[in-house]
Design a protein around this ligand. Structure first.
Ligand SMILES: NC(=O)c1ccc[n+]([C@@H]2O[C@H](COP(=O)([O-])OP(=O)(O)OC[C@H]3O[C@@H](n4cnc5c(N)ncnc54)[C@H](OP(=O)(O)O)[C@@H]3O)[C@@H](O)[C@H]2O)c1
Length: 331
């Protein structure tokens, strides 16, 4: 018998005895493909519902939904100021909290004149441990706070190695990025629970997507906020409280002025105003979102990457940014 015939006989014998396995594999393949199709369809539906539909249809009445006043921390610049303006545009009265009295007065006046809402401000430095909270608690005592935006946050001058950060920076990041959100929620939430309505927005960051070297304590502080928000939502949703974790990628604000690329608004790096106008339309719709559709694409890709590839990219880009920042300091 020719070799070809023998091979053909062997092949048909093997396929006959394997036909059950091949059919089982085909069923598993069809199941996998169907699941992928359903999750793709659901993902597309969720993305449209979150990032497209709210911008086409009518706006949610935030005053009716949550209450008349909003408190925004870190609100004289960047995202906090832009978010406060978006809230005021929707008729919500605003209480601003930051360190600088002159800047607070100017932003407060500009918001009340532009949007015809009431405004107030509290001067507080969140890096001072427990010190600012008794005064904040007193100032907010009889106010109908419907929305709390825990926006205040700090980064170091540029991405850096952990041992290059001073002890003061370590404490400031913990106090400003983590403790402030805990304390503000602790002050405001009981009033919301009593009314059985309210919203809390915690501005985390996409650096919580995976461990991010050279942004180690910043990323860890933002991961804390992300978990804090999500757990809090499950704890208080049944009491009428909506808690949202916002996880944006880079936004062109003062915080990223060390990077020549990210500090200029572009397709992937929105200005604070553009970012806030998108992010606010996701309030009440998603408990965890980047708030901006271009960032949602980046976040989904980031989550799919193996951790070591994410870390490799982070190290690569952070080293470049650090070098650029150090070079500009020398000039
Ligand atoms: N920019 C980004 O690429 C990016 C990306 C992801 C997440 N985020 C997060 O978004 C939030 C806002 O960032 P941003 O870029 O808008 O920051 P920003 O432009 O640096 O503004 C920070 C604001 O916080 C206030 N502030 C700073 N330290 C404070 C302190 N110790 N006590 C009280 N107020 C303080 C500042 O006002 P005064 O100086 O007048 O006090 C300012 O109004 C942060 O939580 C940040 O982590 C930013």
């Amino acid at each position: 018998m020719a070799a070809v015939d023998r091979f053909y006989l062997l092949y048909s014998e093997i396929s006959r005895s394997c036909s059950v396995y091949i059919e089982a594999l085909a069923v598993a393949g069809a199941w996998y493909t169907a699941r992928k199709c359903v999750s793709l369809a659901l993902g597309t539906y969720r993305a449209l519902r979150l990032h497209v539909v709210p911008r086409l249809g009518g706006r949610m009445d935030l005053v009716k939904q949550y209450g008349t006043w909003a408190v925004v921390t870190g609100s004289t610049d960047g995202v906090g100021k832009a978010y406060a303006e978006q809230l005021a545009k929707r008729g919500v009265n605003i209480i601003l909290i930051s360190r600088n009295k002159e800047k607070l007065e100017a932003v407060s006046r500009s918001i009340s004149e532009t949007y015809q809402v009431e405004t107030d401000f509290i001067v507080a430095d969140f890096s001072k441990g427990r010190e600012p909270y008794p005064a904040i608690k007193k100032a907010l005592k009889d106010r109908d706070i419907g929305i709390l935006v825990n926006n205040v946050g700090m980064f170091y001058n540029y991405p850096d190695y952990f041992t290059n950060l001073s002890e003061d920076i370590l404490w400031d990041v913990i106090n400003v990025n983590i403790a402030s959100a805990n304390m503000m929620v602790h002050i405001v939430l009981p009033g919301m629970v009593k009314k059985r309505k309210g919203a809390i927005v915690n501005i985390s960051s996409a650096s919580c997507c995976q461990p991010t070297p050279m942004m180690t304590i910043y990323g860890a502080s933002k991961t804390y906020l992300d978990y804090f928000s999500r757990a809090l939502h499950y704890e208080y949703a049944s009491k009428g409280i909506f808690v949202q974790s916002l996880t944006p990628f880079l936004i062109a604000t003062k915080m990223v002025e060390h990077s020549s690329v990210a500090s200029k608004p572009s397709f992937f790096f929105p200005s604070a105003e553009e970012y806030a106008s998108y992010a606010i339309s996701t309030l009440g719709l998603s408990i965890r979102t980047t708030g901006y559709w271009q960032h949602a694409i980046e976040f989904t890709l980031g989550e799919c990457l193996p951790e070591w590839i994410w870390a490799w990219f982070a190290l690569y880009f952070c080293r470049i940014i650090r070098k650029e920042a150090l070079a500009s300091q020398v000039k």
